[in-house]
Design a protein around this ligand. Structure first.
Ligand code: F0G
Length: 351
């Protein structure tokens, strides 16, 4: 199969025509990897699969929405795009804008963006500003700018973003041969859970999938507005990607959870970091902390007996671990320095 990206592959389900110039980095068709050790840790004969979205061109799921948002911006004659971001959206917007020959403006919370993501936005040539404020303030500002200036907003309030992100649900069904019983996913600005649910429903209506999953979202305990049903003015969590106190797609996410008979739950930073290490050490999959929230949620909800025995679960692992090397170094023990002799190295290795 020649893979030409999600828009080409799922064209029939997307709002494109012959006049749409498709801007792609051949995103999508990411691995759906079985995770036997994670399943074993929960028990109950569960089957657990990881949708590894870190394998996308810029290392996160954002590329699925960005290919479509940038293509449609180009079709509409836009010359520049704009976003607020906790990092991944800005990395993806910068790369696809570069590919399209558009300018990209990015507003990120100062000191709260992982180093890999910031370096991506910069090397792709985006105009990056560090805001003295959090993501929620940044989003409010870029929304106001887009109302009066000739720039296209590419945050997930741009409907093409979620249209593109829906393709992940189509892929899960195509790879698994059916919809899973549960789909577990981290929730920040609440766009992705909304997109998956729409994707599963559309595939179901089109006769491509017999069933529908329950959508289960996980927020970090210090940044859990949907769980607590209130805006969190100063969200806090090690998972900087989902450090959001007032999600843009809040109501749509609540609807997705209600309609699918799922739920939203909080996981602590400690649980997130434990799952982060578990995925890396037991499954060989390196994700960023926000992505580990889904695995932390699996372990927590599993212990609570929320999944019936034998159920099939898919977890979206939203971003690659290399995005945030500082978190990895912080979660592991520092390697000791040794003299350059065979004896010293053998002694230090305990061999
Ligand atoms: N995981 C990662 C790695 C993310 O970057 C994000 C969101 C999410 C999960 C949550 O997805 O917002 O659709 O609920 N990152 C955005 C950004 C906010 O700016 O990169 P969501």
């Amino acid at each position: 199969m020649v893979w030409a990206g999600v828009v080409a592959h799922y064209r029939a389900f997307l709002p494109v025509s012959d006049r749409t110039p498709i801007v792609t980095l051949q995103e999508g068709w990411t691995p759906l990897l079985e995770a036997p050790r994670l399943a074993e840790a929960v028990g109950e004969g569960l089957r657990v699969f990881l949708k590894c979205e870190g394998f996308n061109p810029t290392g996160s799921f954002k590329d699925r929405g960005m290919t479509l948002a940038i293509s449609k911006a180009l079709e509409a004659g836009s010359r520049a795009v704009l976003c607020a971001s906790t990092g991944n959206t800005s990395a993806s917007a910068a790369a696809y804008a570069a590919r399209a020959g558009l300018r990209a403006f990015v507003l990120v919370p100062k000191g709260a963006v992982a180093i890999g993501k910031l370096s991506q936005a910069l090397i792709h040539g985006a105009s990056v500003l560090m805001l003295e404020g959090g993501f929620d303030a940044a989003l409010a500002i870029v929304k106001a700018i887009a109302e009066t200036r000739p720039v296209t907003l590419v945050n997930s309030i741009n409907p093409y973003r979620l249209d593109g992100q829906k393709t992940a649900a189509y892929e899960v069904v195509d790879q698994l041969g059916q919809a899973p019983d549960y789909h577990l996913i981290p929730v920040g600005n609440a766009g992705n859970i909304t997109a998956y649910w729409r994707g599963y429903q559309e595939y179901h209506r089109a006769g491509r999938a017999a069933g529908l999953p329950r959508m289960v979202g996980f927020q970090a305990a210090g940044a859990a507005p949907i769980v607590e049903n209130r805006v969190i003015p100063e969200p806090k969590t090690v998972a900087t990607a989902i450090r959001i106190g007032n999600p843009a797609n809040w109501q749509a996410a609540v609807a997705a959870v209600r309609e699918s008979q799922g739920w939203v739950q909080a996981v602590t930073d400690e649980e997130i970091l434990q799952a982060y290490r578990h995925l890396a050490r037991e499954e060989g999959v390196f994700v960023e902390p926000a992505s580990a929230a889904a695995a932390a949620g699996l372990l927590k909800a599993g212990k609570e007996g929320r999944f019936e025995p034998g159920a099939t679960l898919v977890l979206t692992l939203t971003g690659h671990g290399l995005k945030d090397p500082e978190s990895a170094l912080g979660a592991a023990t520092r390697p000791p320095t040794v003299p350059a002799t065979l004896e010293a190295v053998l002694a230090a290795m305990g061999l």
